[in-house]
Ligand binder design. Structure first.
Ligand code: HEM
Length: 161
């Protein structure tokens, strides 16, 4: 990413973080409107605490954009934990959409095409690292534990995204 794109993200995120409770609530609202089935992945009743984790994680990711290489192993481990939460590859696109919608609603007209492009690119990079690690972990897992599904299992699988 270009330096000025990272600066745009850092500055805009600082503003969002200052209103993190509202921003997190807005994010989950958008996410569950996009895909109501995702609700069941979040076992925790405490969405406020979950929102806090999300904003802390975003803060870490935003803070590491200038040294992304060093963060790759952290993202990979995070991605493998997400496989355990039941997160599937397609969910990354939904979360990306919910994130961009949240920012767009939050900033309104100040969410310029340039700012949108910077956030879209950053999320794409982070999600790309996580998706690759998740795919690798899933491919290596034994059948029935998130590993390659047998043909019958595919047909019988409930709609979990
Ligand atoms: C940039 C991508 C993402 C980041 C940085 C991120 C970050 C986090 C963090 C920090 C946690 C706390 C637990 C832990 O550290 O393992 C978490 C939990 C979780 N995330 Fe994500 N996440 C991302 C993408 C996603 C996606 C695509 C989904 C799919 C809907 C998702 C669903 C969940 C769920 C279900 C939990 C566990 C909730 C519980 O405690 O029951 N995340 N995430």
């Amino acid at each position: 990413m270009q330096d000025h794109q990272i600066s745009l993200i850092e500055d805009s995120f600082a503003e969002v973080f200052a209103a993190k409770d509202d921003a997190a609530a807005l994010f989950y609202e958008r996410l569950f409107v996009l895909d109501p089935a995702l609700r069941r992945l979040f076992h925790t009743a405490d969405m406020a605490a979950q929102g806090d984790k999300l904003m802390q994680a975003l803060a870490q990711v935003v803070g590491s954009l200038r040294a992304l290489d060093a963060t790759v192993p952290v993202l990979e481990t995070l991605a493998v934990r997400h496989v355990g939460y039941g997160v599937k590859d397609a969910h990354y696109a939904e979360v990306g959409t919910a994130l961009i919608e949240t920012l767009s609603l939050y900033f309104g007209r100040r969410f310029t095409p340039e700012l949108r492009a910077a956030w879209t690119e950053a999320y794409g990079i982070v999600a790309g690292v996580m998706r690759a690690a998740a795919a690798k972990a899933t491919a290596n897992a034994p059948v029935g534990q998130g590993g390659p599904a047998r043909p019958h299992a595919v047909a019988a699988a409930p709609d979990r995204g």
